[in-house]
Design a protein around this ligand. Structure first.
Ligand SMILES: Cc1cc2nc3c(=O)[nH]c(=O)nc-3n(C[C@H](O)[C@H](O)[C@H](O)COP(=O)(O)O)c2cc1C
Length: 363
């Protein structure tokens, strides 16, 4: 029986086990020009015993930034800073993909340089508020991308993917989940375009497909992956009929030979669709399973029963830098502290103890 502790080949990249660090924004990229810092390198290196690390969302271009102090991959400064992170992870035998996240309409002009305005498939604002340096502010109505701007944006993803490889990443994961730009194109309430980039299912999946193709052409399909969250209402998304959209999208991605497909499962009722997507994708399937509360040890049975090839862990990995060892030992687990999830200093970032340290502290 295959277990979470067995190695796996990720389109040519050997992984030591089947446990992944899920992408998590930490809003601590306080280096020059939104660069990661020495603490970022320490944070990821501490978690290098994962088979695969996926970084926090990284903006491919300045306009793609959605939150304070998130890192980019669009300048030489950022490439050099990320190189220190990937070197630290590789020195410990880890593998790391950068998550390219264009936030689209999620964000605020206050968070963008100069007079940039947030963009989206259509001029439709998300309900809700965004956290800025001055506190929460309502989402603005984004500027609808013109066809030319869509092509430029696709080029930005490809350029950022090239930068990721230059910075030493093993590959990139495109953030097609959680209501950010790629997901905004997929959903009928955020994409009301009537041209070839909206309308029908084919039109709405086109941006996701074209971005993925452009990135795969730039760095190789074996280093390109995508994350999807069918039906996720987060960030004002309404997808009344996710099945045909995601079925068509995965069918279009399948022939590309991607490194992996990462599905964030929104609710237990989505399992049927999860299984269908897994079946129609011949590459490695990473699952962030719908569970009650944060993903825990029980999710590993999904590898044993073949539901997924890898399981990604968010909050539990954030709080347990040596999560694979703890899962193997059956615990104990440090509890995550949500008050230090976003922003701040090294507290709640690099100071969660590993098992040996926890044992010597009597934890
Ligand atoms: C602090 C925090 C930040 C997150 N940031 C991202 C992100 O940048 N990109 C992303 O795809 N998901 C993000 N997520 C979602 C996680 O990847 C994961 O899907 C979610 O936490 C559920 O998994 P879990 O139950 O294992 O925590 C974030 C979650 C947390 C807790």
């Amino acid at each position: 029986m295959t277990t979470a502790f067995d190695p796996i080949d990720l389109a040519g990249t050997p992984l030591a086990n089947r446990i992944a660090l899920a992408p998590m924004t930490r809003s601590r990229a306080t280096g020059p020009g939104n660069s990661p810092t020495a603490s970022t390198a320490e944070y990821y290196a501490q978690r290098a015993s994962a088979g695969l690390l996926i970084t926090e969302g990284v903006q491919p271009s300045p306009v793609g930034q959605g939150y304070p102090d998130t890192p980019g991959l669009h300048s030489d400064e950022q490439i050099a800073a990320w190189r220190k992170v990937t070197d630290a992870v590789h020195a410990k035998g880890g593998r790391i993909f950068a998550q390219l996240m264009h936030a689209g309409r999620i964000g605020h002009p206050d968070l963008l340089p100069g007079d940039l305005i947030n963009v989206g498939p259509s001029a439709v604002a998300a309900d809700g508020q965004v956290f800025t340096h001055e506190g929460p502010k309502p989402f603005i109505t984004p500027q609808a991308l013109s066809e030319d701007q869509i092509l430029v944006t696709i080029g930005d993803f490809a350029a950022a993917a090239r930068n990721a490889i230059e910075a030493g990443f093993d590959g990139v994961e495109l953030h097609g989940a959680n209501g950010y730009l790629i997901h905004q194109f997929l959903a009928p309430n955020s994409n009301v375009r009537t041209d070839g980039w909206g309308g029908s299912v084919e039109g709405r999946i086109r941006f996701a497909v074209e971005v993925t193709k452009a990135v795969a052409a730039e760095i190789g399909a074996d280093r390109t992956a995508i994350r999807l969250s069918p039906g996720n209402p987060y960030n004002g998304i309404v997808e009344p009929e996710p099945d045909p959209v995601y079925t068509a999208l995965v069918a279009a991605l399948e022939p590309l030979g991607l490194a992996y497909l990462h599905v964030l499962e929104v609710a237990p009722e989505s399992r049927e669709l999860t299984l269908r997507l897994r079946k129609s994708f011949s590459g490695v399937f990473v699952l962030n399973a719908a569970t009650e509360g944060p993903t825990g040890p029980d999710a590993l049975t999904l590898i044993e029963d073949g539901t997924a090839d890898l399981i990604s862990y968010g909050a539990l990995f954030l709080a347990n830098p040596d999560l694979p060892a703890r899962l193997r030992a059956g615990g104990p687990f440090n509890a995550p502290d949500p008050s230090t999830f976003f922003g701040g200093d090294d507290r709640g970032y690099t100071d969660y103890p590993a098992l040996d340290a926890a044992a010597s502290l009597g934890a």
